[in-house]
Design a protein around this ligand. Structure first.
Ligand code: ZN
Length: 145
C-alpha cells in the first residue's frame, strides 16, 4: 500500500486488519462487505514525533462490470466497477483508509518540545518490511469467486 504508507511516519509499526466478506445478495449482486481497522503511526502536527492513531473503514460494496451496470445497483451499495478480472480490492481498502485518516493527527498530551535532529533517517525507514503486504492476500481471495 504505497500510497497509504506515504501518510505514515513509521510504517513498520502499522497494523491493519481487514475483514471482508464476499457474497451474493438476494438479487444475485456480488457484494463485498466488511471493515478494515488498525493502528498506524503518523507525524504529530505539533511536535512532529510519531503518534499512534487508529483508523477504521467500513465497506458496503457491490461489484459491477461497467459504469452502466453500476448505475442500476441499489442505492444502499457503493458501486465498485470492476472491468478486469482482478479486483483491485486492496487499493479500494487503501483509498478508504486514507480517507479515514485524521487530517491533523497529534498527541492528546502533546508537549510542544521541538527537539531538532531526532527524526529518523529516511533511508532507514525505507528498508523496513511493509506491514500491509498481508492485504495482497485479498487479491487471491477475490480470484476464487
Ligand atoms: Zn506531539
Amino acid at each position: 500500500m504505497p500510497r497509504l504508507k506515504s501518510y505514515l511516519v513509521d510504517s513498520s509499526e502499522g497494523d491493519i486488519s481487514v475483514d471482508l466478506l464476499f457474497s451474493l445478495d438476494q438479487q444475485r449482486i456480488r457484494t463485498v462487505t466488511g471493515s478494515a481497522e488498525g493502528r498506524v503511526q503518523m507525524a504529530c502536527q505539533r511536535c512532529l514525533e510519531p503518534v499512534e492513531v487508529t483508523v477504521q473503514a467500513s465497506f458496503n460494496l457491490a461489484i459491477a462490470p461497467s459504469e452502466e451496470v453500476a448505475k442500476t445497483l441499489p442505492r444502499y451499495y457503493d458501486p465498485l466497477v470492476v472491468e478486469e478480472e482482478d479486483v483491485e480490492l486492496w487499493s479500494v481498502v487503501e483509498e478508504e483508509l486514507i480517507l479515514n485518516l485524521p487530517v491533523v493527527p497529534y498527541h492528546d498530551d502533546c508537549s510542544i518540545q521541538t527537539s531538532f535532529g531526532e527524526a529518523a533517517p529516511e533511508d532507514e525507514k525505507a528498508q523496513k518490511p511493509n506491514p500491509f503486504s498481508v492485504l495482497a492476500q485479498l487479491k487471491a481471495k477475490t480470484d476464487k469467486s
